[in-house]
Ligand binder design. Sequence first.
Ligand SMILES: Cc1cc2nc3c(=O)[nH]c(=O)nc-3n(C[C@H](O)[C@H](O)[C@H](O)COP(=O)(O)O)c2cc1C
Length: 163
Amino acid sequence: MKILLTSSSRHGSTDEVGAVIARELRLAGHDVEQARPEDVDDVTDYDAFVLGSAVYMTRWTPEAIDFTQRFSQELHSHPVWAFSVGLSGLPKGKISDPHRIGPVLLSIEPEDHATFAGRFAPAELSLRERSIARMGGASEGDFRDFDAVRAWAGSITAALADG
Ligand SMILES: Cc1cc2nc3c(=O)[nH]c(=O)nc-3n(C[C@H](O)[C@H](O)[C@H](O)COP(=O)(O)O)c2cc1C
């Protein structure tokens, strides 16, 4: 199947999660293109979609939300999986719960939505970003669990194989 995987990232950690998912899907024989949502202007060629975004201030990025609005018709007529990368759910980093991302997810009705822990590297952030994240209780570190990411990609390939 030809699959479009979009990842919307400010500081790279969501792109890397997306790349791991894309690699797993390719290993299962799919033809996968990974792109930034704002760089996509035509989705007619794809059989399925995997949409991912970093979570900032309890929301997907504006670019990721815009993609779901621009292509809502195509997304409704094809299988869609969604993933969010954030720090919620971590011991000290419960900034938001995934339901806060709800409106965009409800609008695309994905087969499944996964939330993965991300990375908080204060040194790479602006002062403003750093203080917002700290106010939200974020702990410094890279919390990405690539085994969990690969396992989720495996659930997509299994679902696609089942038709
Ligand atoms: C300013 C700021 C706001 C954030 N807000 C949230 C949030 O509301 N919920 C959450 O789970 N994570 C939040 N995070 C954590 C990011 O989602 C996490 O660092 C993620 O890995 C960033 O992805 P990126 O590197 O692809 O941009 C925030 C981080 C920053 C710097």
